[in-house]
Design a protein. Structure first.
Length: 271
């Protein structure tokens, strides 16, 4: 066999070839290939990447390589930073880049390096997520941003770069369920909506805290009037139970919404 190549057989009996390289006493798998020659070329390319420092992460053209872009990034990071990470991560001093594709490159804080070394970044339906303990966890949830939040309305990027996911660049405008921030001529207020059969307006509030509590109260009223729906709850960690209870008692709810609940309850009773 050519150097760096190992023959393998699938369960159905078909033959394929694996390429491997040993660098700094580490045995690295380079992937599976359909031919011995292509596996050997991958081996040669990996050796060139590890030895030629003129090939840098900033100027490399991934399409020129038989190696996958993930493996290419992994090798360059290992060469330059002396740390082998199985995911396509390239480290800088205070942040790292995650190469989801050759052109879709996300920037994260160094504090998140261990997490993304162990969790593979994926995309589905326009959402970034990882599989964590058998669950799909959206990346934005790590910043306190709710699922299906809308960019520009519920959160925004300080430098306008949607690929820059460092904490300092994420501005969480609406961290609570049902709350929408309104900026009218520089005057900030918060509208609250609850979704039952449609979006029902609960009220307009001066503070984010008051709006979050109003949503909780609206959800409680819905349950009290027989609407069995799993409404999420807003958690306000900064309030003691006594302060929360006082604010909950004082917050007002739209009379129109309460009338809707009463009518809905009456209709179900007649039915």
């Amino acid at each position: 066999m050519l150097p760096g190549v190992f023959k393998a057989v699938k369960k159905n009996g078909s033959v394929y070839y694996r390429a491997n390289i040993t660098c700094r006493n580490r045995h690295i798998s380079l992937g599976s290939f359909s031919s011995e020659e292509s596996a050997h070329q991958a081996y040669l390319q990996a050796g060139r990447l590890m030895s030629d420092t003129r090939i840098t992460i900033d100027q490399i053209t991934f399409s020129d390589y038989i190696l996958s872009h993930e493996k290419t990034v992994t090798l360059l990071n290992f060469r330059d930073n002396q740390i082998y990470i199985k995911n396509p991560v390239y480290m800088y001093r205070r942040y790292f880049n995650y190469y989801l594709t050759p052109t879709e490159i996300y920037k994260f804080d160094s504090d998140d390096l261990f997490y993304y070394s162990e969790h593979r970044l994926l995309r589905r339906g326009g959402h970034l997520y990882v599989n964590d303990y058998g669950m799909q966890v959206t990346i934005l949830s790590r910043y306190g941003i709710r699922n299906y939040a809308v960019a520009g309305k519920d959160y925004q990027f300080a430098n306008q770069d949607e690929y820059d996911l460092r904490y300092e660049n994420i501005i969480n405008i609406n961290p609570f369920h049902g709350v929408r921030c309104r900026n009218k001529s520089g005057m900030i207020s918060y509208d609250v909506y609850i979704h039952i059969r449609g979006d029902y307006h609960i009220g307009k509030y001066a503070t984010l805290q008051e709006a979050a509590i109003a949503y909780n109260k609206a959800a409680d009223l819905a349950r009290q009037h027989g609407i069995s729906k799993n409404f999420p709850s807003n958690f306000l960690a900064e309030l003691s139970s006594e302060k929360y209870a006082r604010a909950y008692e004082q917050v007002t709810i739209s009379a129109k919404y309460i009338n809707y609940l009463l009518q809905n309850q009456a209709e179900r009773s007649r039915g």
